[in-house]
Ligand binder design. Structure first.
Ligand code: TRP
Length: 339
């Protein structure tokens, strides 16, 4: 298959999504669908490293799929599938493993962080609690990307090392097998990392919204709970009448991501003029977030109430995804001498 443009990203189904995921990953990925071929998939075997309960994993897979579908992913326009449905990815993982230096894996951030934690805790075995799934994570991710011959991989900054590793691993392969008759050359994928303010949503404490900071607001909170969560965002005690600096206010920052430009400008004016209290601002914020998310929440709930529908949508992605991966694997197998 020729190396045409393909945007590909993996959705790790571990727990529920929050507003920061929506603004930073889901919305931009769905906008990209307008201008480029896309493949978005549920990375369930990446989740298996941490999710060890079958019902929980099953639920997370469906919930991850339902979230993206509810936010507007159209399986007619985006290749949408589940990693575990594409066995070619795992065959490629084995092949790539045999040409990946172990030292490269030793330097992977997530693995090093696990060792650092053991070190700080005074555990003598620095690999305690580390499974091979965590160690091999970057190779599986490289296989996800290379099996589909993806050219662009939109990810968060925390994933940039994984994309560099994928490029390195593809490079090892290409160097050895790229030339000559029957050779095969992987396209080298590029990470697409958006660090702009437009893609980084502050959490309730003003730091980047993240589950690990516990400053997040879940994406599909029921309306009442969403209102509560918004009302709980800390603000200072500036009296209502006093002028306020919108740019120093977390609720205002959040508002800019959900309200229209005109709506945001009007609230900015009112804050700067004085007379608008934090309570009023939070009311505006709730309305804006709810206006964006209410229809999606409804669709999410519909899908989660009918898991067979989600399963059917995922099943429809199996053949087109495998077809693409099969074509890659046929060339790879032949290039290495097993096909
Ligand atoms: N590791 C990614 C994350 O934690 C998920 C992922 C798995 C992925 N495979 C991928 C992302 C391939 C991009 C491409 O978010």
């Amino acid at each position: 298959m020729a190396a045409t443009h393909l945007y590909l990203t993996g959705i790790k189904p571990t727990g529920d999504f929050h507003l920061g995921n929506y603004i930073g990953a889901i919305r931009p990925a769905l906008e990209a669908v307008q201008s480029t071929p896309t493949a978005y998939f549920i990375a369930d075997y990446h989740a298996l490293n941490t999710v060890k309960d079958a019902d929980e994993l099953r639920h997370s897979i469906r919930s991850g799929a339902a979230t993206w579908l509810a936010c507007g992913l159209d399986p007619e326009r985006t290749l949408f599938y589940r990693q575990s449905d594409v066995p070619e990815i795992f065959e490629l993982t084995t092949i790539l493993g045999s040409m990946t230096p172990k030292g490269l894996m030793n330097r992977a951030h997530a693995y090093k962080a696990a060792r650092d934690r053991n070190n700080e805790a005074g555990t003598t075995d620095l690999d305690a609690g580390v499974n091979m799934g965590l160690f091999n994570y970057p190779i599986l991710m490289a296989a996800d990307i290379l099996a589909m011959e993806a050219t662009h991989v939109p990810v968060g900054r925390d994933q940039s090392q994984h994309i560099e590793y994928t490029a390195d691993i593809a490079g090892y392969f290409n160097h050895r097998y790229g030339d000559g008759a029957g050779g095969y050359t992987f396209p080298i994928p590029k990470g697409v990392i958006d660090d702009s303010d437009a893609s980084i949503l502050p959490g309730t404490d003003g730091r980047k919204m993240s589950k690990s900071y516990d400053n997040h607001i879940p994406l599909f909170l029921p309306e009442k709970k969403l209102r509560k969560a918004v009302n709980k965002i800390p603000t200072d005690s500036t009296p209502v009448e006093e002028p306020k600096d919108p740019d120093a206010s977390v609720p205002f920052q959040l508002l800019t991501h959900f309200a229209s430009a005109a709506g945001t400008a009007a609230v900015r004016k009112r804050l700067e003029a004085g007379g608008m209290g934090w309570g009023d601002l939070k009311k505006e914020l709730f309305e804006a977030v709810n206006a964006v998310l209410a229809p999606q929440r409804e669709r999410y709930e519909e899908l989660m109430a009918d898991p067979a529908q989600i399963d059917r949508i995922l099943a429809a992605g199996v053949e087109p995804a495998r077809e693409r991966a099969r074509a890659t694997l046929a060339r790879v197998r032949s290039a290495i001498g097993v096909g």
